[in-house]
Design a protein around this ligand. Structure first.
Ligand code: SAM
Length: 315
């Protein structure tokens, strides 16, 4: 898959999220300023995005609370994610929040932030209302707390130099997030990246959302049916089982790792949430939902030199 097609997967993810938000699955007043109103998506897709967004946020909030916000968030292949604004609204901002993505993606995101007060004003509030603390140029955004930077994640030296430039402190508890990102890299490149992170950050959590078990017949049928570009197979990683997902961390020196498919994550949601979202849209193909959810998982891994209790993070 070429880089342009990889970058286009961000448009798919953003428009699916926007549609689910429009349908009332969760509240996000910011995404509408980054992506146009989306065409209708199937109810199982909307429900899938809800569980993905909330599953990741659940683990992340646990981490932020454990560190009392004295931590850093690094979002790899962040695309048009609006998590920075949503965490700000909840009073859960970390000390530093860095997003890395290709220039073609960051330049559009920076342009929208610069030109839309609904995005820029909250960012200004995060730096005590001082506008001149924010610089947006050359496809990058820098502010005291929030950085959007260009990097190719396949190039570990590039990632390291960007994080250094953003002022990342390797000794502060740090959480890395990637949502449907590592699958676009070769197994060797993603392994190099995960090894470098594990070797460099002594107290670190990694949250990864990705396809699993795509090698079976349903995986192939599902791709045709859903015509979703980010569901395409991209080599061995896309065929990964849950054990493969955990082992990609454990084999490069991480202390612990766990993974759960999205059907299990769904059942871990508070019953009131499940009840609410199940009433939003009628879903007659429960079997399809179940099969879809079993083909995605959240994997989380940690190293915990500071002993802050990262091994207890989970659903
Ligand atoms: N994480 C966002 C989300 O879930 O809404 C976007 C997901 S999109 C499927 C994948 C993102 O990863 C795209 O924005 C793409 O540009 C980025 N990406 C993939 N490979 C990358 C690489 N080698 N370097 C930088 N960004 C990459």
């Amino acid at each position: 898959m070429g880089d342009e097609a990889i970058q286009a997967t961000n448009d798919d993810a953003a428009s699916c999220k926007r549609f689910a938000i429009q349908q009332g699955y969760w509240r996000d007043p910011y995404l509408q300023f980054l992506v146009k109103a989306a065409e209708r998506k199937a109810p199982e897709i909307n429900r899938g995005y809800y569980v993905r967004t909330h599953g990741i946020k659940y683990l992340l909030e646990d981490f932020i609370k454990k560190t009392e916000s004295n931590c850093q968030i690094i979002s790899l292949g962040a695309g048009f994610d609006t998590l920075f604004w949503r965490l700000k609204d909840e009073g859960l901002l970390p000390k530093t929040y860095v997003e890395l993505d290709f220039r073609a993606v960051t330049s559009r995101k920076c342009y929208y932030i610069k030109s839309r007060s609904q995005l820029l004003d909250p960012l200004m509030e995060s730096c005590d209302g001082v506008k001149n603390k924010i610089s947006i140029e050359n496809a990058e955004l820098h502010s005291p707390r929030y950085h959007i930077m260009t990097a190719d994640l396949r190039d570990v030296a590039d990632v390291e130099s960007k994080l250094t430039e953003a002022g990342i402190d390797k000794n502060l508890p740090t959480v890395f997030i990637s949502e449907c990102v590592l699958v676009y890299m070769t197994v060797q490149k993603s392994s190099d990246l995960l090894k470098w992170i594990g070797d460099s950050f002594p107290t670190v959590l990694y949250i990864n959302y990705e396809q699993v078990n795509m090698a079976d017949r349903f995986g192939q049928v599902m791709q045709q049916n859903l015509r979703s570009r980010h569901c395409e197979l991209h080599g061995v990683d896309a065929c990964a089982s849950m054990d493969t997902q955990k082992n990609r961390f454990l084999s490069v020196g991480w202390e612990g790792a766990d993974a759960m498919d999205m059907m299990c994550v769904y059942h871990k949601l508070p019953p009131a949430d499940i009840h609410r979202i199940e009433r939003l849209e009628f879903l007659d193909e429960l079997e399809l939902l179940q099969q879809l959810f079993q083909h995605y998982c959240i994997c989380w891994a940690y190293k915990d030199k500071a002993n802050i209790g990262l091994s207890s993070i989970g659903f």
